[in-house]
Design a protein around this ligand. Structure first.
Ligand code: C2E
Ligand code: MG
Ligand code: MG
Ligand code: MG
Length: 292
């Protein structure tokens, strides 16, 4: 009977649920330890101006290094940290790392060099988020326009008043705001009108099969042109091939980011990479990233 089947289902799922709950508890306690023992670091991936061939900045991507577990990628711990609230403490550490690096790199590569930092919905909802970040920025005495805050498009589904207010405050403060993963499912063009973004990051899913996939190419091209006509800068993420690079160049995309240019690198490797290519990449010769 249906009742019996229901019970069977129940019995079948329960142990799984407990296992999952246990796993989450375990990750939470490992995360707490990671926070107190500073196991987080940032990897940086170059942002390349496609017209000038110059590296104009970097996106900071969190990495969790642990002696026993090795590296855990963000997708395996960021969502859980958002649920249990630990993302606030983690985000604080990331911001410290990013700002310390940004100060150093601004001195090395000039005041227009920018660093992008990812923040999650949970952080943006915090009442004192803007105060904390602005205190950190003061402490490091960095130009506000050198810092770009990336929020994913999905985050804007959470239309809590606090998030909206904080986004506006961040932009009034003079930080750059960029809309990450643009086009990943909940796209509403009205977001572009409503929120003070300066940059739109075209999600890599559009580019996957470009230029062979005509629909993907048409969508990418339409988004680039639409964004430009609205006054946004466009960054294409996930650029892996020369064909994608050439396509984006032709479509007038402003900035490219992806394995074709370079993978995310430790701060030290990033510096070495920049020295090696003198901060600009000439794609008539093979990209230096391939040599590392
Ligand atoms: P995202 O912000 O969209 O970052 C881009 C992701 O694409 C990164 O993955 C990057 O390593 C990867 N990527 C870059 N170029 C290519 C490419 O050519 N091909 C492919 N297949 N992938 C490429 P990662 O580092 O694993 O980060 C995943 C996501 O985790 C990020 O997506 C971001 O949403 C989140 N995240 C990363 N760092 C932080 C952080 O410090 N705080 C928060 N709240 N979230 C973060
Ligand atoms: Mg991002
Ligand atoms: Mg992205
Ligand atoms: Mg993405």
């Amino acid at each position: 009977s249906a009742k019996k089947a229901g019970r069977n289902c129940h019995r079948y799922f329960e142990p799984q649920m407990n296992k999952w709950a246990e796993k989450r508890l375990e990750i939470s306690s490992r995360l707490r330890k990671a926070i107190s023992e500073n196991e987080f670091t940032i990897y940086c991936q170059p942002l390349l101006n496609i017209k000038t061939g110059k590296v104009v900045g970097a996106e900071a991507l969190i990495r969790w290094f642990n002696k026993e577990e090795g590296v855990t990628p963000p997708d395996n711990f960021i969502p859980i940290s958002e649920e249990n609230g630990l993302i606030v403490a983690i985000g604080d550490q990331v911001a410290e790392l990013v700002l310390a690096t940004a100060v150093k790199w601004e001195m090395t590569w000039g005041s227009s060099f920018r660093m992008a930092i990812n923040i999650s919905a949970r952080e943006l909802r915090e009442a004192n988020f803007v105060d904390r970040i602005s205190r950190q920025i003061k402490k490091y005495n960095i130009r506000k326009s050198s810092i770009e805050i990336e929020v994913t498009e999905r985050l804007l589904l959470d239309k809590s008043d606090k998030s909206v207010e904080n986004l506006l405050k961040l932009s009034l403060l003079g930080l750059r705001l960029s809309l990450d993963d643009f086009g990943t499912g909940y796209s509403s063009l009205s977001y572009l009108q409503k929120y003070p973004f300066s940059t739109l990051k075209l999600d890599r899913s559009f580019l996957k099969k470009v230029p062979h996939d005509r629909k993907g190419a048409a969508l990418s091209s339409a988004i680039i042109h639409l964004a430009h006509s609205l006054g946004f800068e466009v960054i294409a993420e996930g650029v892996e091939t020369e064909a994608q690079y050439r396509f984006l160049e032709q479509e007038g995309c402003d900035i490219v980011q992806g394995f074709y240019i370079a993978k995310p690198m430790s701060v030290q490797d990033f510096e070495r990479w920049m020295e090696q290519c003198c901060g600009s990449v000439d794609f008539d010769t093979p990209p230096p990233a391939k040599q590392i």
